[in-house]
Design a protein around this ligand. Structure first.
Ligand code: HEM
Length: 396
């Protein structure tokens, strides 16, 4: 057998289906991998975590990259793609709305939404976990926080699927059609929010959108472009990821019946179970940075301004940090996974995502004791930054 050099090729159908064997090969054979596609790929836990908390790796250069890929300013003005001090300023404006204490106050409302969604599915007798629970739950929650009416749910779904898919184009060569659809969806969503912002300016309400508008009107805190970028980021990040935590997480549990039984027997395990599901098959598989100086890593030199991808999904299966990393163990201790990132950009919505997933998964497990997969043929979304299923049909 001739040994082939390992490559990072997220377009392969087997990668979309199951990226973990390729992550393992990269990590053991070429952990600081220079892709022929023109970027670097890190797969070891220490390298990915190191990159995320190292000030030499930042977001400078992403504005140009995003504008070259997508044509105009948009997300690049958001905190996600900014360095300090702008990052600090933008994050501080919304961080108060997402603290664990504030989020905990939403527990009752989240439980109510989950119960109502499950009541409806139970009446029908079968369900698609994605369409019937995992998608509407975080969407309703973020809409209520921002103050966005939820009637247009189906429209939102189409737009955010297109936006999420086009995110791959930040690093990867992508069919023009995917980029065009992503851009069109971003414009449509931005138009929608422009209308809503105008309305709230005239008549403010007790919602996050009105708070952000007030900050913008004070002048020096937030520009109009930043206001739009923040709203778009919160809206898209607020549900495109959590849907896949619930979806990938339930799939992992259904494929590991002993873990599912353990959780059913002891609901107190839900906290550590969700952490393990985040580690095992998280919604965000990678993120990127650019060094502001040449950096030596693993015997290689990464040049200033190069695009570096940190594979979160690979770091979370690094045997140097997680004993028996391919095993799903909902009681795993010391689970410092990178599913929410690390360092200054650590996911702002982590407390909310955790609470939503804990409530949704526990409700499924407790209310539907005979829960089982209704198909052996699962379809993954054709995206590799955000990993998730198109549907998860179950019987119960
Ligand atoms: C399971 C669900 C979620 C996952 C796995 C996730 C993952 C992540 C990751 C990995 C980052 C860091 C990206 C980087 O460093 O490049 C991030 C940042 C962020 N997330 Fe989440 N997220 C989730 C849910 C949410 C929710 C529910 C919200 C808001 C409602 C949210 C809002 C944000 C924001 C605003 C940032 C940017 C923070 C910053 O730049 O300082 N996320 N998320």
């Amino acid at each position: 057998m001739t040994a082939t050099r390992v490559e990072f090729n997220p377009f392969l159908p087997e990668f979309i289906e199951n990226p973990f064997p390729i992550y393992h090969r990269l990590r053991s054979e070429d952990p600081v991998h220079e892709s022929p596609m023109g970027f670097w790929v890190l797969t070891r836990y220490d390298d990915v975590a190191g990159m995320l908390r190292d000030a030499r790796f930042g977001r400078k250069g992403f504005d140009t990259l995003l504008q070259a890929r997508f044509g105009e300013a948009g997300f690049d003005l958001s905190m996600l793609f900014r360095d300090p001090p702008d990052h600090t300023r933008l994050r501080a404006l919304v961080s108060k709305a997402f603290t664990p204490r504030v989020v905990e106050e939403m527990r009752g409302r989240i439980q109510e939404i989950v119960d109502a969604l499950l009541d409806r599915a139970q009446d029908v007798g079968r369900m698609d976990v994605i369409a019937d629970l995992a998608y509407p739950l975080p969407l309703i929650v973020i809409c209520e926080m921002l103050g966005v009416p939820t009637e247009n749910r189906d429209l939102f779904r189409r737009w955010s699927v297109d936006i999420a898919r086009s995110l791959d184009a930040i690093a990867l060569p992508t069919e023009p059609e995917v980029i065009e659809r992503g851009t069109a969806a971003r414009h449509a969503l931005a138009d929608y929010f422009r209308g809503l912002i105008a309305e709230r300016r005239r008549r403010p309400k007790a919602d996050l959108l009105s708070d952000l508008i007030a900050a913008e009107e004070q002048g020096d805190k937030l520009t109009e472009g930043e206001l739009m970028a923040t709203v778009l980021l919160l809206f898209v990040a607020g549900h495109e990821t959590t849907v896949n935590l619930i979806g990938n997480g339930m799939l992992a549990l259904l494929r590991h019946p002993a873990e599912l039984r353990a959780l059913r027997a002891d609901p107190g395990l839900i906290g550590s179970a969700v952490e393990e599901l985040l580690r095992y098959d998280g919604p965000v598989q990678r993120t990127g940075r650019m060094p502001n100086t040449d950096v030596a890593l693993g015997g290689r030199t990464i040049r200033k301004g190069a695009l570096v991808l940190g594979l979160i999904g690979a770091a979370n299966r690094d045997p140097a940090h997680f004993p028996d990393p391919d095993r799903l163990d909902i009681t795993r201790g010391d689970n410092r996974h990178l599913a929410f990132g690390w360092g200054i950009h650590f996911c702002l919505g982590a407390p909310l995502a955790r609470l939503e997933a804990q409530i949704a998964i526990l409700a499924l497990v407790r209310r539907l004791p005979r829960l089982a997969l209704a198909t052996a043929r699962l379809e993954w979304r054709r995206a590799s930054t955000l990993r998730g299923l198109t549907a998860l049909p179950v019987t119960f």
